[in-house]
Design a protein around this ligand. Structure first.
Ligand SMILES: [Zn+2]
Ligand SMILES: [Zn+2]
Length: 347
């Protein structure tokens, strides 16, 4: 009996003949409750919602669990910590978490079923950055690769991360020279720590962020990343040295904090989505992402060299087509339109 897999509010595996069910990155509590084993690749909330439930035994890295707690201010409950690069046995299935890049503690998961070796990437980045290693390529032969495709579309334009970081630096320096405080929106977890590490390295400025980002920064610091920052909620207005301060806001923040209202500011945003959208309410939008871009995804697929590829998230159809065309591999989105195939028909 072959191992079956499909997307059903998470990536679901059915091991035969035991009828053991595993789910990776479930998007509802119910989906996880209905399975024997739940695994989480990383702390971003579109992957990690199963953490705070006593009834769900979750397997994840320790850092993913800690970052989830800082990001959401909720406790994880029933988590078994998995070390990276170490094969372990969960209910008679061998599993290995390997580095994914993307953010601290993020993993790809390799499942060694009797008949199939399957690698699910979670979210990945393949560039070595200041705060994350590059995504690892599994050492073992992989039959099925289930890859993210967040930016898996050929015509999304990303400069190299070095070039984008340099343009952020230039924009920050120019604004400080004009006595304007650079205020930059970006994701709390991942981009914020990478950009703080970069600005720390390149400029002597005071970086201010909100309390939640600060809690996340502390976990990076405990893991040996020497980030320097301040909390703006603890700031008295008179303390801000406008000529040498940079303020980071959460990506979706529209309002500027009270303490900035007496200062001249300039607003920027850091997001991979700037490769698609104009962000006209900001003076500058930087398409910097902790996700692999289309070329990087393709290189990763090539390096893993699987027999079949299934795509997930973002541009799943576009990326499957690119894999078919460029690598001549079987590739298709793992999410099929409703009522198309039953689980048994799926393979
Ligand atoms: Zn993510
Ligand atoms: Zn994601």
């Amino acid at each position: 009996m072959p191992t079956l897999f499909k997307y059903e509010k998470g990536i679901k595996f059915l091991k035969k003949p035991e009828n053991l069910t595993l789910i990776a990155d479930p998007t509802t509590v119910k989906a996880a409750e209905n399975c024997d084993v739940t695994l989480i690749t990383h702390a971003h909330t579109d992957h990690s919602l199963a953490f705070p439930n006593e009834g769900i035994r979750v397997y994840s890295t320790k850092i993913a669990s800690q970052l989830f707690e800082s990001l959401t201010a909720r406790k994880t409950r029933n988590t078994k910590f998995i070390e990276l690069n170490k094969k372990i046995n969960i209910n008679d299935v061998e599993v290995k978490f390997i580095p994914a890049g993307h953010l601290l503690g993020a993993a790809q998961i390799v499942f060694y079923f009797d008949d199939l070796t399957i690698c699910y990437t979670g979210d990945i980045s393949t560039d070595k950055m200041l705060t994350v290693p590059k995504a690892a390529v599994p050492e073992d032969e992989v039959d099925i690769l289930i890859t993210e495709a967040t930016y898996g579309k050929g015509d999304l334009f990303f400069d190299s991360r070095e070039i984008i970081k340099t343009s952020i630096l230039k924009w920050v320096a120019e604004n400080l020279q004009k006595n304007k405080v650079p205020v930059i929106n970006m994701g709390h977890l991942g981009p914020a720590q990478e950009i703080i590490a970069y600005l720390n390295e390149m400029l002597s400025v005071d970086i201010y962020c909100d309390n939640r980002t600060s809690e996340i920064n502390k976990i990076y610091q405990n893991e040996g990343h020497n980030l320097q920052w301040n909390r703006f909620d603890l700031l008295n207005d008179s303390e801000l040295k406008a000529e040498r301060s940079v303020v980071l806001l959460p990506r979706a923040a529209k309002e500027i904090p009270e303490f900035l209202k007496s200062h001249k500011i300039s607003r920027g945003i850091v997001t991979g989505q700037a490769s698609r959208f104009a962000y006209s309410s900001f003076e500058q939008a930087f398409p910097f992402s902790m996700h692999a871009n289309c070329n990087e995804l393709l290189e990763h697929v090539k390096a893993v060299n699987p027999k079949k590829v299934y795509t997930l998230y973002g541009f799943d159809s576009d990326f499957a087509a690119i894999v078919r065309q460029k690598l001549k591999l079987f590739a298709r989105p793992i999410k099929m339109p409703k009522n198309r195939l039953t689980l048994e028909e799926f393979l």
